[in-house]
Design a binder for this molecule. Sequence first.
Ligand code: ADE
Length: 232
Amino acid sequence: MTIGIIGAMNEEIEALLSSMIDITKEVKAEIEYYRGVINGHNVVVCKSGVGKVNASICTQILIDRFQASKVLFTGVAGAVDPTLNIGDIVISVDCMQHDMDATALGFKEGEIPFMDRFIFKADDALITLASKVSDEEVNNQAIIKGRILSGDQFVANREKVKQLFEKFEGSCTEMEGAAVAQVCSMNNVPFVIIRSISDKADGSANSNFLEFVKYAADNSYKIIVGMLERMS
Ligand code: ADE
């Protein structure tokens, strides 16, 4: 069994790469895939690049070429739930694209035209495991299970965040999770997205992101490694 682990940026995968042994690298569609072993599990760690298109390509290749039978995503996000603070953890219950908009054709906001679903549910067993590990390994930070909203936008606007919270009941916003979730769902592969908050998606989001990306990415990394330790 191979577990696929995706991060969008270097900060989100570098700690994982340094925890891996027996590493071999393969490049496909300009994406670097690192096969190796972490805590006795065969894994493929990859950096998707930013945005839903990159994340979709990366995930489909992970499934087709590397036979990933589970997909974990590790990374950072902007808070949408106003109770969340820097470093807090969101474990995906489900994911959707907040920027999918065919309302002019009569579809709901977020609805993907002519598809039977647009909210993609994460795997229950992976959610439970991530939650248990977070409770054990992450101190002094809130840990919630919630909806992850993805869009090809770095959100840095208080009004937009408020809308995202009210319209979609999201917990956090980022740029890849719903794409990974949709590809996994369409291939029947279980997934979970783990995000740690790097900013509040408001007017300070750009400076907070730069300051806290490493700290938040490390929180998410700890959960992924803890999950691999406890997986049978
Ligand atoms: N990733 C981290 N912070 C984000 C934000 N504010 N918007 C989109 N993606 C993010």
